[in-house]
Design a protein around this ligand. Sequence first.
Ligand code: EPU
Length: 433
Amino acid sequence: MDRFIIQGGIPLQGTVRISGAKNAALPCLAACLLTEEPVILENIPSVRDIATTIHLLKTLGVTIKESEETSTSSGKEAHASQRRIVSQANRVESVEAPWELVRTMRASTLILGPLLARFGKARVSQPGGCSIGARPIDLHIKGLEKLGATFHMEHGMVVGQADRLRGARIYFDRITVTGTEDLLMAATLADGETILDNAAREPEVQDLASLLTKMGANIEGAGTSTICVRGVSKLHGADHRIIPDRIEAGTFLAAAGITKGDLTLQDCCPDHLQIVIDKFREIGMKIEKISTNSLRAWAHQPLRAADIATEEYPGFPTDMQAQYMALVTQADGTSVIHEKIFENRFLHALEMVRMGANIRVDGSQAIVRGPVQLSGAGVTASDLRASASLVLAGLAAQGETIIERVYHIDRGYERIEEKLQAIGARIQRISYK
Ligand code: EPU
């Protein structure tokens, strides 16, 4: 087990390289199951969910070769690895995602669509609840049934079977990111045309579509709410670079704001962050687009309160809600945060209250009154983005903050403490038994 010890109160300064997007890399890795040829993916982040996915793919019989090219830090520039993974699914022996893996990472369900499309069978453990909500996979299953798959439950496993999938019109009752990705992958090898309606428009869905197109798929409309896929009989290998992680970038923007620092983000995609940038400017941060892939963010004035409601892309991302909450503890006035995607994503609020924040949670809304001087305390991380928000709070707090269960943060942030140290933060990882 690891914990972080943070001495807060230092304005962060310098340059951070943003890693590849975890939530784009996960479906792209699953997409390698759609072909027997090698799929080469670059800019894969070194985070635990990727390690779990690689483990899962190896369990299925996929050959994975990894190579790492690390650009070392110089001066104030932070470390970042640029990992390349070559996966080849030419000897798949198993079609099962077991409970041990699905339990630690729900995105394991992303193999359902590709396995059914290529092998006509899949067994994926039924995910249980998780700390941010119930998160069922009914929409994945309903969509795959429309494509002709049949499902039954067996000892906690969702067992799917299909002859060749057939194209169909699928309307998602609610917008689902991995659901759209799962169906998109399945439809590439289905017979005929599939229309995905009310599809997710997230950049990660677009990135997957771009990889699939390079593999020979025929896809139109990715990035809009209607995606049309004309199935092909076979896909081939491809070479693809994963987009930058917009949530990691947003978290570092928040770090500049909460510490009254001045940071430059390199290798990010400002276009994917538009709503976050707009909101951070509204509360008084200065953010300048330096180039198509870099941003500078600073905050020398006191921040002002502002409300947010989380929405599907292009709305304010639920994956930035916790970090925004930490930031507006430092803003003058009352900010109302409405979480509309997940039903239980405020566990970080209680921990921030322990650090002196003035936050009242009322159902799906949190009311934050600021500014308050946060004070270091012992806190516990409950999920990935909650952990990031506690790190932010710790960076702004007076004195020492100890964050327990930082394995949550390792799921999705690449060496966050090293990146933070390189821009001046006093943060240490302590491992203990
Ligand atoms: N939902 C259903 N049925 C389904 C699927 C989803 O009811 O079959 C509900 C969920 O319970 C939730 C809502 O629909 O209330 C949206 O869930 P979605 O399916 O979009 O979430 P996801 O695909 O499981 C991805 C990201 C999450 C991110 C959400 C929302 C990946 C691997 N995960 O999850 O990322 O919060 O979309 O944008 O892409 C994170 O990175 O920390 C993270 C949790």
